[in-house]
Design a protein around this ligand. Structure first.
Ligand code: DGL
Length: 261
């Protein structure tokens, strides 16, 4: 049975990369909603409806477990859909929070993500619930995903943008920064340069793969990655495909989702 993974677009392939490293034998079905990306500026109702359609599609393709690789969908939709979709559904938040707390000491903890993720308060609440009194500094960083999609992973403009966004977090002397967006693992270099080596970066894609490890059996011979997109892949696809490693993708298909589910 394949593992289903979805995202608003192709950025969630960063999570697929971590999942494939953790479960090389698992087949993965990936849906990237390239027709409706970005989710990061949309309402909880809209993101929940989109997520439900994708989950329905993945279940119909045989997925027995589904990962919402999109942090925005994880923050806005996963909790309300868990238990209602008939298969185990995992988001990015709990694993990211656990990984952050393991490194946080007394804190403070920084969180960066899309406007929707940060304004939902999902990471902030989960961190506070797990460690009451912990200082959390959350910052919406909406320009970072477009910079990544453009391939501007370093250089003056990206560094200045990152520095401007991170200034309030650096003033608070964060110990840990949670990268609460699919795209940000690709910015680790510039984030590390701006923050310095004493701030630990928590990659939510790696944390998610690690937390799923106990749920998996070692059963299959060889895992394939099949990708379904709701629109053209766009130029960002080539960049994330490089990040995944060449020859990783078994097939790519354009699909329509059923809005009636
Ligand atoms: N995949 C989204 C996330 O991780 C970022 C892109 C978007 O806004 O849809 O939050």
């Amino acid at each position: 049975m394949p593992l289903g993974v979805f995202d608003s677009g192709v950025g969630g392939l960063t999570v697929v990369r971590a999942l494939r490293a953790a479960f090389p034998r698992r087949d993965i079905l990936y849906v990237g909603d390239t027709a409706r990306v970005p989710y990061g500026n949309k309402s909880p109702e809209t993101v929940t409806a989109y997520s439900r359609e994708i989950i329905h599609f993945l279940k119909a393709k045989g997925a027995d477990r589904i990962v919402a690789a999109c942090n925005t969908a994880s923050a806005l939709a996963v909790r309300s859909l868990q238990g209602a979709v008939g298969v185990p559904l995992h988001g990015m938040i709990d694993s990211g929070v656990q990984a952050a707390l393991a490194e946080a000491g007394e804190g403070p903890v920084g969180v960066i993500g899309t406007a929707a993720t940060v304004s939902s308060g999902a990471y902030q609440e989960a961190l506070s619930r797990a460690r009451p009194g912990l200082k959390i500094v959350a910052q919406a960083t909406p320009l970072l995903a477009p910079l990544v999609e453009e391939g501007w992973l370093d250089g003056e403009v990206t560094e200045k943008t990152v520095r401007r966004y991170l200034e309030p977090l650096m003033r608070e002397k964060i110990r840990v920064l949670v990268l609460a967006c699919t795209h940000y693992p690709l910015l680790k270099g510039v984030l590390g340069k701006v923050l310095g080596s004493e701030v630990k970066l928590v990659d939510s894609s790696e944390a998610c793969a690690k937390s799923l490890q106990h749920t998996e059996d070692k059963i299959q011979e060889k895992g394939e990655l099949r990708i379904y997109l709701t629109d053209e892949p766009g130029p960002f696809f080539g960049r994330v495909e490089n990040f995944l490693g060449s020859g990783s993708v078994a097939s790519i298909q354009r699909v329509s989702l059923d809005p009636a589910v």
